[in-house]
Design a protein. Structure first.
Ligand SMILES: *Cc1c(COP(=O)(O)O)cnc(C)c1O
Length: 341
């Protein structure tokens, strides 16, 4: 049974000062969540205020000012912003590379950190984690994997050779679209200690209530992911059968994913042709909320081009299947597509 959230800033403390005395250094509600995520990812874990707080902690502690970072050119835009606006001005060299196993391995020479996101956002390209781990280690670099899309029930990057696994629990892991939270899991004690010092000093800590909600949500992660994965796969098949939709992206298309992933997750992306049709399609769906983010219990979708951050067509939609009845959702999507041909 999960204990309730501990809502405290200072804790009773007399005598010498110790980290247990103040809520920026630790909180019992984080500790139990960190133990639970750590068990799933297979290494000691720290939670942060958001996915970006965790990504920032990892990027700024592992990449030295004279370091070289290989980062995804086509993944979540947050990592590119961090690399080019925060790390590059300090002196670090940033190499932005497509989410492609060969390209990432080729870029590893001379790198200090190789960073991949797989499946990548929003085109769902898959990178072979074991292959890039061996290329990175061969080049003397660390491998960081962003596991936000798959979650540890979908894949465990550390078991495949990654050194650090970082993720936005905001998405599928917490899965109810009601909180932001991030985490990082580290194979080496030294990296964990550096991240803890970063968190203590910069204060990007998770709220106890968010940590407690995320922990409660873990109980249903397997059930949610099961339904979402099943629906996304069925949707891919429905979209494959239509000639008014192109570029149907799904991780299952890649043989590496079939070996590397236990679940494919809630996402399927596709192109309906034009911006105008994409907007009409989203408005015509009754069970789909137009929203960014993914992995929630309610189905959401968005026209990705509206952000101006991804190299995708104007009619490109990223669709996140929720936990609604699969058949209901397929009927709704088919009807909305028919109504907007
Ligand atoms: C959303 C997301 C993040 C950032 O998470 P926030 O909780 O929004 O800060 C990082 N990486 C990936 C792959 C994401 O999808």
């Amino acid at each position: 049974m999960l204990p309730g959230p501990v809502l405290a800033a200072p804790f009773h403390l007399s005598g010498e000062g110790v980290p247990e005395g103040y809520g920026r250094y630790g909180n019992p509600t984080w500790s139990v969540l960190e133990a639970a995520i750590g068990e799933l990812e297979g290494a000691d874990t720290l939670v942060f205020a958001s996915g970006m707080a965790a990504l920032t902690a990892v990027g700024l502690t592992l990449v030295a000012p004279d370091g070289v970072l290989v980062a995804p050119a086509d993944g979540y835009p947050g990592i590119r912003g961090l690399a080019t606006d925060r790390l590059a001005p300090l002196g670090a060299e940033v190499r932005l590379v497509a989410s492609d196993t060969r390209a990432v391995c080729d870029a590893a020479a001379g790198a200090s950190v190789v960073w991949v996101e797989t499946p990548s956002n929003p085109r769902l390209d898959v990178v072979d984690i074991a292959a890039v781990a061996s290329a990175a280690h061969g080049a003397g670099a660390l491998l960081v994997v962003d596991n936000s899309l798959a979650t540890p029930l979908g894949q465990t990057p550390l078991a495949l050779g990654a050194d650090v696994c970082v993720a936005a629990a905001t998405k599928s892991l917490a899965g109810h679209s009601d909180l932001l939270l991030g985490y990082a899991s580290c194979r080496e004690r030294e990296h964990l200690d550096a991240l803890r010092a970063w968190r203590d000093q910069t204060g990007g800590i998770a709220g106890p209530f968010e940590a407690w909600l995320a922990h409660r949500s873990l109980a249903t992660l397997d059930l949610r992911l099961g339904r979402q994965s099943e629906t996304a796969l069925a949707l891919m098949e429905l979209l494959d059968g239509r000639d008014d939709v192109t570029e149907v992206c799904h991780p299952s298309r890649d043989p590496v994913a079939r070996r590397q992933m236990r679940r494919f997750g809630p996402l399927v992306s596709f192109d309906v042709g034009t911006r105008e049709r994409a907007e009409r399609f989203l408005a015509a769906c009754e069970l789909v909320t137009e929203a960014t983010s993914f992995g929630g219990v309610h189905t959401t979708a968005e026209r990705r081009g509206r952000w101006g951050t991804d190299a995708v067509g104007e009619g490109f939609i990223r669709f996140s299947a929720g936990c609604e009845d699969t058949e209901d959702l397929l009927v709704d999507v088919a009807r909305a597509l028919d109504a907007t041909v």
